[in-house]
Design a protein around this ligand. Sequence first.
Ligand code: IPE
Ligand code: IPE
Ligand code: MG
Length: 261
Amino acid sequence: MWKKLLLGPRPSNEAVENPLYNGIDRGRLPVHTAIIMDGNGRWAEGRGLLRTAGHTAGVDALKQVLKVAIDLELPALTVYAFSTENWKRPHTEVDFLMRLFVDYLTKEIDEMDEDNVKLRFLGRMDELSPALKDLARVAVERMKDNTGVCFNVAMNYGGKDEILRATREIARRAQARALSPEDVDEKLFESCLDTEGLPPVDFVIRTSGDMRLSNYLLWQAAYAEFWFTDTNWPDFTPACFVEALKDFGKRKRRFGGLKNK
Ligand code: IPE
Ligand code: IPE
Ligand code: MG
């Protein structure tokens, strides 16, 4: 089903003609790209700025990367905005980030909707501020019937937390005798994850040089390809994204078998 989306209607002429996209094999684009937008703090510190300036600059990078996803009609893009571990940061930085998310959503909702983006959030939304929760709920509702890029923002998200929540839900159903242990298979488990209905992650990009998952999409990225770059997130341009996408197109994906898929 997701493969077919790549062969769907062609992007606008403007996108097709953009030389930035020259050389991309549109039949070999990832179906679900997940980005760990890391290095905002280091970007700012390297310029003698406050870490928060790096987060602000990171929002601009995100806007441009989402535009590329829209132009190339990537079926799904998921970005890591705030992890369950990021609460360990100083209060001032956490507060700044939460305000930045509110600001970002307020400003970007109209354009995302015009671009036919389908927005969704992954993670434990109930622990976020009422303002952020309300905005997110309204935005998701408004875009729920859109048919373009599935744009997922992982906020207060942790892969372990998500797996535990799914496990608890399954245990509850078993306790209520709504299912038996034999009913628990990948399909059922996936239907209890925040990513229900989304295709598996096939491409993970992490900026700023660290090579780890940091508790991101642990189940979903089970067979993903990885792309690491030393570039800090605010400097990650559309050209950087295109370079990564082209590399993905060259990967040999065997899934344990012998044939490249
Ligand atoms: C990523 O940048 C943004 C968030 C985690 C919210 P960082 O803030 O982690 O930047 P570095 O890794 O400290 O440079
Ligand atoms: C991962 O980055 C989380 C986000 C990008 C939101 P971190 O900067 O929090 O990860 P660690 O601490 O380097 O593992
Ligand atoms: Mg970091």
